[in-house]
Design a protein around this ligand. Structure first.
Ligand SMILES: [Zn+2]
Length: 261
């Protein structure tokens, strides 16, 4: 495993433990009973996804990006810029792709069937940030195999991006109460818990907005930014039909895409 991969995993575990602890003391939504079991179920799916990615995707992605470098293929390889600019542009390119891809997951019905596993969590917390259907992980990564050489992005750029992305993903999914002014300040640059909470609201118009991952600019640029005060009441998830216990078990989550409704 790449040395940076260890940094990524250690960072992920550390930030997760911090947020999980903070969620106990200052939750935005009152914690329901069984919070620990809920997190454990989501983390179990996350581990399965990490294993799938490590076994099938990491080598394919590193080989295609290496091929692009050797053949001077893709935007970044053509530009031939100093390292620091290459990293900056790579991070912006990947984040803009994440935005576009996330938006497609909401707009294209077949993709939404799988992506709704992530949205069906009525008790969103930091662990929800890692709850995705394994088939969504497989096709997202397969598409990356094509996108990465086109952008000329290298594995080290991708890992740098993930080192920034993962703490922010956990942070903006976490069920923590933070001061509205702090959220306002942070949201100028990054996706905050309140921005992303609205993306998980049970009101469709809000779910179909706020698609950005790291930088909030993409939603503002492409007219999909939604905001309302932190103080207003709202519910998360996709309504009662997904909140039954059976749909939140490991088997239930895997079955959600194949539901008729
Ligand atoms: Zn979404």
């Amino acid at each position: 495993m790449h040395e940076q991969e260890y940094i990524k995993l250690t960072l992920l575990a550390g930030i997760y433990i911090l947020l999980f602890t903070y969620e106990q003391y200052r939750p935005y939504f009152q914690q329901r009973k069984g919070h620990a079991q809920h997190s454990a179920r989501n983390l179990f799916v996350a581990v399965i996804n990490a294993i799938i990615s490590a076994l099938f995707m990491v080598i394919a992605i590193s080989q295609t990006s290496q091929w692009a470098l050797e053949n001077n293929f893709g935007i970044l390889n053509q530009l031939n810029l100093p390292t620091i600019y290459t990293y900056l542009i790579a991070i912006l390119l990947i984040d803009s792709w994440q935005y576009a891809w996330h938006r497609m997951n909401h707009v294209i019905p077949l993709l939404w069937k799988f992506h709704r596993v992530h949205h069906s969590d009525k008790d969103m917390d930091a662990s929800t940030g890692l709850r995705f259907h394994p088939i969504e992980i497989i096709y997202s990564n397969t598409l990356r195999i094509a996108i990465i050489p086109l952008a000329g992005v290298q594995v080290e750029h991708l890992i740098a991006y993930e080192i920034i992305l993962l703490p922010i993903i956990l942070f903006h999914h976490s069920n923590i109460k933070i001061n509205e002014n702090l959220d306002k300040l942070l949201r100028i640059i990054i996706v905050t818990p309140h921005i992303h909470r609205l993306h998980h609201s049970n009101i469709k118009k809000e779910t179909d907005s706020n698609y950005s991952s790291i930088f909030s600019i993409w939603d503002r640029l492409f007219n999909s930014f939604t905001m309302r005060s932190i103080e207003t009441e709202f519910e998360l998830g996709l309504g009662e039909k997904y909140s039954a216990k059976e749909w939140n078990s490991f088997k239930g989550m895997l079955a959600i895409p194949f539901r008729k409704d």
